[in-house]
Design a binder for this molecule. Structure first.
Ligand SMILES: Cc1ncc(COP(=O)(O)O)c(C=O)c1O
Length: 410
């Protein structure tokens, strides 16, 4: 196919004149291809899918019914701009009841069309060419991608097992620190499953103040906290002076596809976010905001979600341990992040998590997500489809049988 006349016009941020010509296959595409191949090569074998990072059930009936009713109301038909006051009030009430965090709903809360969009827009509020965003790795890359779009740089803070999967803020070189404007953290962390402590957050706040850096804490998985009670960054004194927290109804309330979340915290930062957002979208459909209010009003929804994924993670930890993996119950998220096996008795050996993950899909139709960013780890998600506990147990038994059939070496 010959190039269109505008091929040379593509912006450098997406590859310039080379846009669309790359041959590199990205991790998730490789996984998709391997899954298709495993299904074609072994039609007799079900794929055991620990690769998906999306809740496996719909939003609860009451939330869907609220949505159905709100769709029919003519007053919900228009642009929602920066959100209806009732949603902001419901968020403020939730943050107060759940975390004891006091927020002014009019100035310290703004909705977003899923937290992904908020993480994409926040760099626009701070990053000019040459500025630096500090970001933990492995992690959710969206704020980093947009930092680069604005001509900024990303400085990676590796999450290492030896540091208990917390970033080493003292290791950042002075020349990076002097250009850093933004620190993006994410707890409960995806993919490591680590939860933050109040002490860690206090350290982050001190670091931010000393170095004049803004903090964005991504709390997408906060209601899936198993170690202690869910902890908001904003519970820690001083947090509101340095940053915002980004929340989502996707995971805790089974509302992945609904696209609704919020940014809350420092008033000036919330306002800057709202200004950028106002220039990007016209707000989430009001019926969805109203259904989200119903969801936020029902503490049982996140509690049941937490219970289910917690139970599934405990079962998975038991199975993987019996198969030689060195793993423990994560503090939060629906992911189990565990060191990769080194190989299989009699060969092959794995030089990366990706090699191990490909082997598990190809040989045993077990899908995982490999992470090679800071050590070699496999991520098992417990969002597989299983309609009841008996189905979960059967899937665990099948996983154990398949993993024991290959003798993994660690
Ligand atoms: C760590 C993290 N942050 C944010 C998001 C985005 O979630 P949403 O846009 O559905 O709110 C995800 C989604 O997988 C995530 O894993």
């Amino acid at each position: 196919m010959s190039d269109p006349y505008f091929q040379k016009l593509f912006a450098q941020r997406i590859g310039g004149a080379n846009y669309g010509k790359g041959t590199e296959i990205y991790k998730f595409e490789k996984i998709k291809r391997a899954k298709r191949k495993a299904l074609a090569d072994h039609p007799e074998r079900d794929l055991i899918d620990f690769g998906i990072g999306e809740n496996d059930v719909m939003a609860p009936r009451a939330v869907r019914e609220e949505m159905a009713a709100e769709i029919g109301r003519p007053e919900n038909r228009g642009y929602a701009d920066n959100g209806i006051p009732e949603f902001k009030e419901a968020v403020a009430q939730f943050m107060d009841q759940q975390f004891g965090v006091n927020l002014d709903p009019t100035t310290e809360v703004n909705h977003c069309i899923g937290s992904k969009t908020a993480l994409a827009m926040l760099p626009a509020t701070l990053i000019d060419p040459g500025d630096v965003t500090l970001m933990t790795t492995p992690g959710y890359p969206v704020a980093g991608t947009h930092t680069r779009y604005y001509g900024g740089e990303v400085h990676a803070l590796p999450l290492l097992a030896e540091n208990d999967f917390l970033p080493d803020l003292d290791s950042i070189p002075a020349d990076i620190l002097s250009r850093a404007k933004l620190l993006v953290i994410n707890y409960p962390n995806s993919p490591t499953g680590k939860v933050a402590t109040a002490e860690f957050y206090a350290k982050v706040i001190d670091f931010a103040k000393r170095n004049e850096i803004v903090v964005v804490q991504d709390a997408a998985h906060i209601m899936l906290t198993f170690e202690g009670k869910p902890l908001s960054f904003l519970q820690v004194p001083g947090a509101k002076d340095v940053g915002v927290e980004v929340h989502s109804l996707s995971k805790g309330w089974n509302m992945i596809g609904w696209r609704i979340g919020w940014v809350c915290g420092n008033e000036r930062l919330v306002s800057a976010f709202a200004d950028v957002k106002d220039n990007c979208d016209s707000g989430q459909f009001i019926a969805i905001q109203r259904a989200a209010i119903a969801a936020l009003d029902d503490p049982e929804i996140p509690e049941l979600t937490r219970e289910k994924y917690g139970r599934r993670l405990e079962k998975l930890v038991d199975v993987l341990r019996r198969c030689g993996f060195e793993c423990a119950m994560p503090g939060g998220s629906y992911f189990l992040y565990t060191p990769t096996p080194k190989g299989v008795a009699g060969g092959p050996t794995f030089d990366s998590a990706e090699a191990a993950s490909q082997f598990l899909i190809t040989e045993q139709s077990i899908c995982t997500v490999p992470w090679d960013d800071a050590g070699a780890f496999l991520r098992f998600s417990v969002t597989y489809e299983a309609h009841d506990e008996a189905a979960e147990d059967a899937l665990m038994a099948e996983t154990e049988e398949r993993l024991k059939a290959i003798e993994l070496l660690f």
